[in-house]
Design a protein around this ligand. Structure first.
Ligand code: 1CP
Length: 345
């Protein structure tokens, strides 16, 4: 069997180079909507799937083979590196991460270990190496951003309003800073290790940072994100920054040394461009449309393709992750639609 030629459309789009078709991948493209995933998950806990590189690689490859997407994202969670740092976290089915020892004091922050990827998460690096040999599309490594990780560590699990997190930030600014610094160190070290092992792009998930207004973002978050992306600039892989409901932060984000900004469905690509965003863009189909009639999904996907392809530097994705009740066939059909799209000149 001859190996497939390497498909670099995703990497080209990250660098704002012209591509002959629009690249696409989906956040949470590996997950419960796939019967094959559910069968593997029935045999292992979430973290066990991380610990066994062959399982991790299989689950990572599944959507590439099944959907024909243009990038793979390493199968892990933003919580994966926190466990060896001393965070007692479990992924509970139907809930998400649940933390038994939430952060409350400076002593709790100081007790967190520094991450040493080679000793703490060797299985992640091994999975990256295996995947690089198996894949003919780029492999995206990823990490959670400090605000989003802190929200789980302080709340003890998923949250709606992040009120404990924000109260902590306003009330204990020095402890908050210590926590941000610790998490930023981890993010940099972890992503650099993934890149050394072979990750060809990285995405930093700041899913919940949209809970902050622009002024608080500038005060409490910009410096730490600036530090993370500047440190990663030393590598030459493209960097993507994503958050949900963060349209009001786009001007701030556009000043960060990052290559691609991930949008959710609340901000259109045209609106982002009108705000002065110059980076490559990724997004932004509302994932609930995967559950809508095909005509509705098709017309919105078309609109996004037209907006996105007005200039080079566009990667089709959802505005957030695939829901467990989406259908594999819908994602296959959507991928085909995106790949067949030709812009009318
Ligand atoms: O294909 C992929 O994208 C798989 C790899 C992946 C990634 C990139 C998983 C597997 N999780 C993540 C990132 C992640 N995890 C984020 C950022 C992206 C996003 O906003 O969705 C966040 C916020 C988490 C935290 C998390 N882990 C949640 C969300 C909980 C909440 O606050 O609403 C959940 C449900 C998990 C568990 C999880 N992680 C990944 C999967 C497939 C699952 C479900 C596990 C299961 O089978 O029970």
């Amino acid at each position: 069997m001859t190996a497939k030629p390497f498909n670099d459309t995703f990497l080209k789009a990250c660098r704002k180079e012209a591509t002959d078709r629009v690249p696409v991948w989906y956040m949470r493209q590996a997950g419960r909507y796939q019967p094959e995933y559910r069968a593997i998950r029935a045999k292992h806990s979430f973290f066990e799937m991380n610990y066994i590189p062959e399982v991790c690689a299989e689950v990572t490859r599944l959507p590439v083979e099944q959907l024909g997407v243009d990038a793979a994202i390493l199968f892990a969670d933003i919580m994966t590196p926190l466990k060896p740092m001393g965070v007692d976290v479990n992924i509970e089915s139907g809930i998400g991460p649940v933390i038994a020892n939430p952060i409350q004091t400076l002593a709790d922050v100081q007790r967190l270990h520094d991450l040493d990827p080679e000793t703490h998460v060797p299985y992640i690096l091994e999975s990256v190496k295996i995947l690089r040999q198996q894949l003919s599309v780029p492999l995206i490594g990823f990490a959670g951003a400090p605000f989003t990780l802190a929200s789980y560590m302080i709340e003890g699990g998923p949250s709606k309003h992040y009120h404990k997190t924000k109260a902590f930030m306003y009330t204990e600014p020095q402890t908050w800073q210590a926590l941000m610094d610790k998490l930023a160190d981890m993010t940099i070290t972890y992503l650099k290790a993934q890149i050394r092992a072979g990750a060809q792009a990285v995405q930093v998930f700041d899913s919940w940072v949209g809970a902050l207004n622009a002024e608080d973002y500038r005060t409490y978050i910009t410096p730490v994100m600036q530090r993370i992306f500047s440190a990663l600039r030393e590598t030459d892989v493209p960097m993507i920054y994503f958050g949900v409901g963060a349209g009001h932060l786009l001007k701030e984000w556009n000043r960060l040394p990052v290559d691609v900004l991930g949008l959710d469905w609340r901000t259109t690509i045209t609106e982002a461009r009108e705000l002065g965003v110059t980076k490559a863009l990724q997004g932004n189909l509302d994932p609930t449309l995967l559950l809508a009639p095909w005509e509705k999904l098709e017309s919105k996907a078309h609109e996004i393709l037209e907006e996105g392809t007005r200039q080079p530097g566009f990667i089709f994705n959802l505005g957030h992750g695939v829901f467990p009740d989406a259908k594999v066939e819908t994602l296959q059909r959507l991928t085909h639609l995106i790949h067949s799209y030709k812009r009318e000149q």
